[in-house]
Design a protein around this ligand. Sequence first.
Ligand SMILES: Nc1ccnc(=O)[nH]1
Length: 454
Amino acid sequence: MAKDTGKIQPVRPEARQMGNWDMLATWIGANANNGTWYIGGVIAAAGMLTASTALIVAGVISYILLAFASYMGHRTGLPAMALTRPSFGVRGSFIPSIINLVQFIGWAAANTFIAAISISVIFKDLLGWPAYGTPGGNRGLIVGILIMSLLHLGSISLGERSVRMIERVGIVLVMLFVIWESVVVFRHVSLSAILAWRPSGHFHMTSGGAIDVLAAFNLAWVTAAADFSRFTKKKQAATTFSFLGANIGLLWFALIGLVATIATAIESGAYNPNDSDPSTIATKLGLGIVALLVIVITSTTANAVNLMAAGSALTNMFHRLKLTPALWLVTLIATCVSFIPLFFSTFLDAFIAFLDMIGMFLGPEIAVFLVDYFFIRKQDYDANEFNRKQGAYWYQAGFNWRAIVSWAFGIAIYFGLKRLPLIANTVGATFVAMALTAILYGILATRNRTQHTI
Ligand SMILES: Nc1ccnc(=O)[nH]1
């Protein structure tokens, strides 16, 4: 007899309160943050033209996939990691869940740390505290991390409702401050100088390198999409508005980060992605308080999304855990993790290593669950089977080895392609590895189904 392994409840129709603008705000708010400025600064190493082309290409591809994943949540009312049960197996979905838990706590910590660096710069200017990186400089950073963590607790305190509120209020403030910030940045630099600038020596990045960094950065949101879209009423909110929001937030902020970094490199003669933060420029103009607010608000809206995704992943792993306590738990863990980069000599190295790891794992994982839902099972997931031992999604002992093998293959392919200059330096390894994984899983899963029906 089939047995339940735990409850997974689709969001009830009356609890579906998120409209078009909520989803637009959520995804603009997700990408409108210091981390995106920073990544703009990182890809500046490819030069202005290559970097901005890579930005558009990687953004459009990744967020089409985001829209598809988001549609899955809208249709089923289920969170993202529960939706990996039919593809990876009722037990197998534990693996994507752990990765989501780690990566979203990691993102929250990374964003917090980047914000804390900026906060420490501002404290230096406002209060004369030593700067981060100089003796005694950790004080501003630690206070910054604590400020951010308190705001995170506030934003997730009521679960999904408070997250929605923070996105609604946050986005208006983000818009106002950042339009103004953009004006400040572009007043300071000439476009022709920016286009002409090239990074020196070992910093140089190829177009493939930029696409891989950006793919990891963008795809990391795809596994959070359904955690929000399950609360949507209309399909458009889940698909079109999520796609647009994520792209607007990405392009806007990464371009500012890109331009600000290049501008600072031209002025100072040295390239440093840490200069991507326009609030540093604002502080130089004596607008420290405003800069502080921009950083704090933008990071809070982004981390609300990260913490929601991490908390939702935790509820897929421990069925008795409700969303709100799960959110509290992951927020406290994220606070602790935020201190880790203090022990790395350069934050950039840690951040790139982190991004590399996610791109490698997430790309093929996303390929598998999208192919499963749209091609193998033709948008027909049965909510009653999600918890069943020996049910439709049980496979062998709860694991779908075809999905897991395809995933492992995708990771291996990514590694292989990274060492092939023809791919790694041109279009990048991530999307190619995903396409190959999709094909392999499509073949393996189709064979499986035909054998069963014969
Ligand atoms: N690009 C990102 C993906 C996921 N989380 C983030 O904070 N940022």
